[in-house]
Design a protein around this ligand. Structure first.
Ligand code: NAD
Length: 517
């Protein structure tokens, strides 16, 4: 049942109303979770190959409807349709293919080497079981890729899903539902509950088995608090303030192009956007000149059709944060190299791609998540200083190092506190289905994507067997004098892990086994 309240979807580049959906309340959410719970056991009992058939069918539909999907995402978010294809549809097609074909291998039973216990006839393995019902709460910036990726991983692992999409992008989420309906996914396995924060909060309270949350730090903390009261595990994919370090041996032109794409793709509204750029002082003048030149060449406008690089921002609140970060920086002495304000000459929420220099860490634009098209550039003198500046943040999602010396890049990368560090790359590894995604510090915990992300969708069950059922264990009752001697022998010899060291215990073990107790 849907309540009378509704969510109105707007096109952020024109303000036009493009759709209305219901605002679902706690009892609607409870019904959805019940339906998902009822559908899951039969789904969990299917083989990976059988589940993959549904995902691959859905993938075919996505491929056939690429243009329609890109246009919808563009209308709901303000990003250019081509960018919706490159940053959302292409990665999801790849991820659907990867998890459909590889989940069986990634979640194969895993034998554990149990050392000397193995010599005693024991064996252990890990068996990966579905969790049951996974709740996915997602934001608006990649409204297609973020929820769809997690839906695919959750389904392939044998779970049912209840998705609560952002209230700003419900139409895109409903489209995901239609795709799976078209693929004949059994009823109940993908429930979509549209609504705002209250609907999301209701989902956390509704008795799901895990929450995959992507969104802001503030909401992530609220979700974690509620989940903790219910002891529900949570993955938190939160904000970022991702640094890019440009060393003096970097290929300058490419580094400059990477910086502006990293800062301005999706109008800067990516959790992994380049939000701080640190460039070696010896190359800073040329680098800044290149960045400014490339930024001025970007074409910004209403993102219909080709020929637009930067579209609108998805909501006005975010645009106001960008404006306030620019204001704060300028008041503290920063210099605007290009851009600097919103576009007042048109409807919609556009902010110019903006490059700022003369910045430092006293300014909001270097410390707080901007989530908009701002690229502040600061200089450094030594590698140590670059690492210190990169790590001087409450966030740790991704980071980038640009250098011609991959060895030096790796050495620096490993010193940076971030879930992912890319060398000569920015932003994009969310699109690499095989690699894990997630952060440290206030950027959250847990992972999505790759094997580590898939493991978030299952519970590892340890199965341990003794193939010598006729023999009692030597550590069972009764604790005789002989037992005490043997246990002390274990402490000194068995725990070394060496068969050679433990072998003198053998006669004592045999005596103990046949001891009358
Ligand atoms: P948000 O936190 O405002 O909302 C995220 C989702 O949570 C929405 O669906 C919202 O309705 C829901 N929600 C709100 N209150 C809730 C509550 N009390 N309980 C449960 N759910 C609730 O974030 P946003 O503005 O939609 O997204 C932008 C943020 O997301 C940025 O900080 C960005 O960095 C982050 N993000 C992170 C990643 C990542 O992978 N780490 C990816 C994309 C976006």
């Amino acid at each position: 049942m849907i309540t009378e309240a509704e969510i109105v979807s707007h096109n952020p580049s024109s303000g036009e109303v493009i759709g209305r959906t219901g605002l679902m309340n706690a009892s609607d959410v409870a019904v959805a979770v019940r339906r998902a719970r009822a559908a899951q056991p039969a789904w969990g009992a299917l083989s990976y190959g059988e589940r993959a058939a549904y995902v691959l069918r859905a993938r075919e539909i996505v491929l056939a409807q690429t243009e329609e999907i890109a246009s919808l995402v563009s209308r709901e978010t303000g990003k250019p349709p081509v960018e919706a294809i490159s940053m959302e549809v292409v990665p999801t097609l790849d991820l659907m293919n990867y998890f459909a074909r590889n989940t069986a291998a990634l979640l194969k039973r895993q034998k554990i080497d149990i050392g000397q216990y193995g010599l005693m006839g024991r064996s252990s393995y890990i068996f990966y079981k579905p969790l049951g019902v996974v709740g996915i709460i997602s934001p608006w910036n990649f409204p297609w890729a973020t929820p769809l990726d997690e839906i695919v991983m959750a389904l392939m692992a044998g779970n049912a899903v209840v998705l609560k999409p952002s209230e700003l992008t419900t139409l895109t989420a409903l489209k995901i539902g239609d795709i799976f309906k078209g693929a004949r996914l059994p009823e109940g396995l993908l429930e979509i509950v549209t609504g705002d924060g209250s609907t999301g909060a209701a989902l956390v309270e509704a008795g799901v088995d895990k929450i995959m949350f992507t969104g802001s730090v503030a909401t992530g903390k609220r979700v974690a608090e509620t989940a903790a009261k219910r002891l529900i595990p949570v993955v938190l994919e939160l904000g970022g303030k991702d640094p890019m370090i440009v060393l003096e041996d970097a290929k300058l032109e490419n580094a400059a192009r990477a910086a502006i794409w990293g800062a301005f793709c999706n109008s800067g509204q990516a959790c992994a956007s380049i939000e701080r750029c640190y460039v070696h002082e010896s190359i800073a003048p040329q680098f800044i000149e290149l960045v400014v030149k490339e930024t001025r060449a970007l074409r910004q406008g209403t993102p219909s059709g080709e020929g637009i690089d930067v579209g609108a921002m998805t909501n006005e609140r975010q645009l106001q944060i960008v404006e306030s970060h620019v204001r704060d920086a300028v008041e503290k002495g920063a210099r605007i190299e290009t851009g600097g304000s919103r576009l007042h000459d048109r409807e919609g929420w556009f902010h110019e791609p903006t490059v700022v220099t003369n910045v430092d860490h006293s300014m909001d634009l270097m410390t707080e998540e901007t989530f908009g098209p701002l690229l502040p550039i600061m200089t450094f003198k030594t590698d140590d200083e670059a690492v210190r500046l990169a790590n001087d943040s409450i966030y740790g999602l991704t980071a980038a190092v640009f250098t011609s010396d991959i060895g030096r890049g790796r050495e620096l990368a490993e010193r940076i506190d971030a879930g992912t560090v890319m060398i000569n790359e920015v932003v994009y590894t969310h699109a690499v289905a095989q690699t894990p995604w997630g952060g440290v510090k206030q950027s959250g915990y847990g992972r999505t994507h790759g094997r580590l992300g898939l493991l978030e969708m299952v519970t590892p069950q340890h199965i341990h067997a003794n193939a010598l059922p006729w023999l009692p264990d030597v550590w069972w009752f009764r604790y005789t004098k002989e037992a005490g001697k043997l246990f002390r022998g274990f402490a000194h010899r068995f725990t070394t892990g060496s068969v050679l060291s433990a072998s003198p215990l053998l006669p004592q073990i045999v005596r103990r086994l046949f001891e009358r107790r």
